[in-house]
Design a protein around this ligand. Structure first.
Ligand code: ARG
Ligand code: GLU
Length: 722
């Protein structure tokens, strides 16, 4: 290349390279070659092998998937795990009742025997990560169907993974699973070997007034004052292997656990986070940005607002309902507020233009390289987004209102066995089927189900759905509302509850005592649920052709961007709930003109926010007591204040909750639990001046365990760096 050409290329490269310091969720095996230099320049004192070592235990072995959507970290040789309070929330709530209200009072096991098992809860270790791009591409070559979607199919990819390791390996290693995940839209593949533990016990949790302090008002906001942590323990069989719950199981002796540092830090200090970010879309085109704003986010915001109003009203009226719906409400609110923040960023920071510029850069580059496929891919993406508009709106409306919004859409529909038994008049079989159905019924009609609340929500959401979705595009059963109820939605819903075998426990038991095939065939709730399911399947089928075309074009578009940036800054693949590392600095920020937020909050701030008349900002008496006495033990800052939370420029998203935040030496300084309002758009575009991870300071966690809960027996198993 001559000099002039080189300069042009370099300038182009510089102008087009979108990745800036602190942006990115990096894959551990590539870290050494991609980012280690920058990390060291920011202060990292470790080597690539300390973070990730395919041969030996490394920091990554202390980082786990907690449950189905959070991260946790191992902090003791006895398998103790820290995660967020909001990640342990379901477990804490499940063990709670009006009599034992662990949500309100917190929970602390004082002996191992008191640790509470949790059905269905798992902790997953990532044993091994391998680049299998060549293997997958080879296998795909033999795939003759040109339109095959196998390149993204979990079924195809995971079968390939199993074939690679062999049946015997899986048999010899209980609890072990392998999976292959696509990256960059199917341009690269990694295989993950996982070890899944399923006896996970609740050890401790602060009261919600600490673990959820600030609740929904403060959620997605900085400055923050939440003690968002909870503590669990992994149990294994006598050989250290994963096993279902058994009183004979013993605490796991893990390969690696983290040290905890209470030495403190300063602004601009290096920080890194390992964890399992769920989903980002930074390769969106401008059309997808608009689609996300105008359909996905807009529907979510509108429908959840209606649903939450009903829920909150009922929760504030009745303590039992408050506990029953606490987790459902929090989950709904969280996504709702995220969607608002996402739209705010899309508009305020003009993400459409940002992405359009990126597209145009690729178009120009592609033309120069005589590579017309990128232009084709972009035209396809534009066309698909425009063509799928109505279907997508219908799908989002159906999901947010009928599928997710109304609980009785999930009543058990598997009544075929019972119908057959009834037709054959086979009494033994009838009894057996009734027993099975009763079990499914109680799974649906569980201790957290309040039919009166569901009924109210259904009335509100059905009305809205009928208003916003054209009648011919609705589940067929909704026609009954006009045909049999003169359009009266309330009467229709009341009828479902009055007449369905699932409308109440009484209804079910009446049916169980005298089951008939006719009652099943005519059951209105089952008919409603089936009809919603049919419409959902219909929509999924109709959208599938768009999805396939979209995926192919997206892969080409991303491939173009990767090639365009080759030799420049490394690119990071969108999050897909695989193990990643993000790094940056502890740093405050300016959210708007003439306003500045510091990097650390303290207990003073908790007291400033205290409002005993607002459930979100109640401060427990004992915490106030400790504050007054300034009884902070060794956990105070040099200035003598009690640190609560910090923020850093690290790039995180949903799934990173509970992730360990580590200092330059790889010691735990906090648990990630949220992101700031100005940074919610970071799932689409990271803005270094505005985006911050929100982290609970490990010193606050330890202070609460030690001084507030007086659970100092737990401290004995931790390695604390003083
Ligand atoms: N926003 C955080 C995350 O996305 C915390 C959610 C839990 N807290 C809540 N108030 N809903 O998950
Ligand atoms: N609270 C989120 C979670 O549960 C993390 C915040 C974010 O999205 O950045 O994973």
């Amino acid at each position: 290349m001559n000099l002039k050409k080189w300069i042009t290329a370099a300038a182009l490269c510089f102008a087009l390279t979108p990745v800036r310091a602190d942006e990115g969720m990096w894959l551990l095996p590539l870290l050494g070659q991609q980012k280690l230099g920058e990390m060291k320049a920011l202060g990292l004192e470790l080597d690539a092998n300390d973070l990730y070592n395919p041969e030996n235990a490394s920091l990554k072995d202390a980082v786990v998937i907690f449950g189905g959507g959070c991260t946790g970290e191992v902090v003791s040789p006895d398998g103790l795990v820290f995660t967020n309070h909001h990640c342990g929330y379901d477990a804490i709530q499940t063990h709670s009742s009006v009599e034992h209200d662990y949500l309100t009072d917190g929970f602390w096991a004082t002996t191992r025997e008191q640790e509470l098992p949790n059905e269905g809860l798992t902790v997953t270790f990532i044993e091994k990560i391998e680049d299998v791009t060549d293997l997958v591409k080879e296998a795909l070559k033999e795939d003759n169907d040109p339109n095959s979607m196998n390149y993204l199919s979990p079924k195809f990819l995971n079968a390939l993974a199993k074939e690679k390791v062999g049946e015997k390996f899986l048999q010899d290693n209980p609890g072990t699973e392998v999976e292959i995940q696509p990256f960059f839209g199917g341009n690269q593949y990694f295989m993950f070997t996982k070890k899944i533990y399923s006896d996970i016990r609740l050890v401790g949790a602060p009261p919600s007034s600490i673990g959820k302090f600030g609740a929904d008002t403060d959620n997605w906001m900085w400055p923050r004052h939440t003690g968002d942590f909870s503590i669990f323990r992994i149990y294994a069989d006598a050989n250290g292997n994963p096993a279902e719950y058994s009183p004979d199981n013993v605490p796991l002796r893990p390969k690696r656990w983290l040290k905890l540092s209470i030495q403190g830090f300063d602004e601009n200090d290096f920080a890194m986070i390992m964890g399992f970010p769920g989903r980002t879309n930074h390769f969106y085109t401008s059309w997808e940005v608009a689609e996300r704003r105008d359909i996905d986010n807009a529907v979510r915001i509108h429908i959840r607002d209606l649903r939450q109003q009903v829920m909150l009203e009922e929760m504030l009226k009745d303590d039992k309902v408050r506990i029953q719906y606490a987790s459902k409400y929090a989950g709904s609110q969280n996504g709702y507020k995220n969607a608002i923040g996402s739209n705010w960023a899309i508009n305020k920071r003009d993400f459409e233009t940002v992405k359009r510029n990126q597209q145009e850069a690729l178009l120009a580059w592609g033309r120069k390289q005589c590579q017309p496929q990128y232009e084709e891919a972009l035209l396809t993406l534009e066309q698909i987004v425009s063509d799928r508009k109505d279907l997508r709106h219908r799908k989002w409306m159906l999901d947010e209102t009928l599928t997710r919004g109304i609980e009785f859409t999930s009543v058990p529909m598997n009544t075929g066995g019972l119908s057959t038994a009834l037709e054959k008049q086979d009494n033994a079989a009838i009894q057996e089927e009734i027993t099975k159905l009763r079990k499914s019924f109680h799974q649906f009609f569980n201790k957290d189900y309040a039919p009166e609340v569901d009924k109210k929500i259904a009335k509100v959401l059905l009305k809205e759905y009928r208003k916003l979705v054209p009648a011919i595009s609705q589940p067929a059963y909704l026609l009954t509302i006009d045909q049999a109820f003169g359009g009266d939605v309330d009467a229709f819903v009341d009828h479902l509850f009055a007449k369905s075998i699932y409308g109440s426990v009484k209804n079910f038991e009446q049916f169980a005592a005298k089951p008939t095939a006719k009652a099943l065939a005519e059951d209105p709730m089952i008919a409603f649920a089936r009809s919603v399911k049919e419409e959902r399947e219909h929509l999924n089928d109709a959208l599938k052709s768009f999805d396939d075309g979209y995926n192919l074009a997206h892969r080409t578009y991303v491939e173009g961007l990767l090639r365009m940036h080759e030799g420049g800054q490394p690119q990071w693949p969108d999050a897909n709930f695989t193990l990643r590392l993000t790094y940056g600095q502890i740093k405050g920020y300016s959210p708007r003109d003439c306003d500045y937020y510091g990097y650390q909050t303290t207990l003073e701030g908790v007291m400033e926010k205290e409002d005993s008349t607002n459930w979100e900002f109640v401060v427990p008496a004992k915490l106030k007591e400790l504050y007054k006495r300034r009884d902070f033990g060794p956990y105070a800052t040099k200035q003598g204040t009690m640190p609560v939370a910090l923020c850093a420029t690290t790039h995180t998203t949903g799934g990173n909750s509970g992730s360990p935040v580590l200092n330059a030496r790889g010691e735990l300084i906090g648990l990630n639990f949220d992101r700031n309002w100005e940074g919610v758009g970071g799932d689409i575009e990271y803005l270094p001046d505005y985006q911050r991870s929100i982290i609970v300071d490990i010193r606050y966690v330890l202070f609460l365990i030690d001084k507030y809960a007086e659970a100092d027996y737990l401290l004995d198993e931790l390695e604390i760096v003083k």
